[in-house]
Design a protein around this ligand. Sequence first.
Ligand code: SF4
Length: 511
Amino acid sequence: MTMEKFQESMYKLIVETSTKLPRDVRRAIKAAKARENAGTRAAMSLATITNNISMADDQVSPICQDTGLPTFKIKTPVGVNQIQIKKAILEAIAQATKDGKLRPNSVDSLTGENSGDNLGAGTPVIKFEQWEEDYIDARLILKGGGCENKNIQYSLPSEIEGLGRAGRDLDGIRKCIMHSVYQAQGQGCSAGFIGVGIGGDRTSGYELAKEQLFRSVDDVNPIEELRQLEEYVMENANKLGIGTMGFGGETTLLGCKVGVINRIPASFFVSVAYNCWAYRRLGVKINAETGEINDWMYQEGEHIDFSKEVEDETETEQKIVTLQAPITEEQIRELKVGDVVQINGMMYTGRDAIHKYLSDNESPVDLNGQVIYHCGPVMLKDEEGKWHVKAAGPTTSIREEPYQGDIMKRFGIRAVIGKGGMGPKTLAALNEHGGVYLNAIGGAAQYYADCIKSVEGVDLMQFGIPEAMWHLKVEGFTAVVTMDSHGNSLHADVDKSSLEKLAQFKEKVFS
Ligand code: SF4
């Protein structure tokens, strides 16, 4: 096989997966959008999401800045050299990273050092299988950290929060799946898709769960009990009211696929892999002689071009407030949960490394009255040495919970922007200090990159591109107040109400 051609095919697969959502996923998102009432936060969020999908289409840029841990599943005919295939994939990954189609995401687990090219021990993941067909089946999933962190594994029998005892039977499995959707809340950038693995051990159970994410959203489970289970979950998980980004709403789940393998008598695992709405997985059929792409997978049926969809013009129900940093305490105290905020002026990115750094050191810039954005952007430097933002959506904020409140008080920060909400420690600090938490739409990396008008500087580059402190000048950056300075948290409210709703699914359904 011509490895040059094969490498080119892998590069195309990576770029297409990162920048264009497959057709089955687009149809699921369109259906969700149709279910939401115009003017609500859920409708507004879905409009931002579909707008973002169109922007990524047009600019051939990453749909979400978190391009995850690339995971390939490759089936090869007998005789194809898998060592050469692996080499070509690694080259293609490095090239796509260099071209800003993937964020450098591979870090040394002990030192935190970013390899810069997405290559390193264990990254990317490549799983090979041999088969008797004469072509290569190559599939790729880019699953980001926000949703990966919401994966969950249950060991039956178990006592499940809100649902009581779950036994080693189909009904126990049902309870695990319903709970998995509840526990994810909006933190995995709902509305999401779940892959469920029944059986196996802790490792093979999770593998099976992830394997289900390679199924088409529209397929029908050939095992009748599992078909019924999938249907039940799709119908009832959407009654939990978690909604897009956990803002409440009609659609929480866009797809549920369940697979089963044998187990040993002593263990009974139910493993759930949660995937955000930015469900980036594609596949190609490759000619084993030439290395060229013969066909694309997951691209059957109607193609939705969101740029051509007619938007409902209804005004949003929420109050829209314009803010310009530096922001005063008075301005912050006026904001209430549910308000929509548009920010103009400066904001500074800060993720895990920056929060840890700021808790022990002085800030390189004056943060008094300023806005911190939980974001690890994809950045590219041009030939003149100027930085450009290629993708810049919010990252999961809860990781900063141990630091956030103290840092806000110490440096006078008035607003933090992220996704998924924060906990009681931050809520108390917002109240005491006069601060606000703003939830941006997770995954809307192109939409937010477009709001960033210039990169004014960068500090702490020693932490790598995603973790550095970028100084960004923005215009019309829109986010929702989900935690205010009066002790209110939309995240806590939705969690509470969805737990109450979960309890209605306590009764036995499957025998
Ligand atoms: S959409 Fe959200 S969960 Fe998915 S990769 Fe992006 S930030 Fe992570």
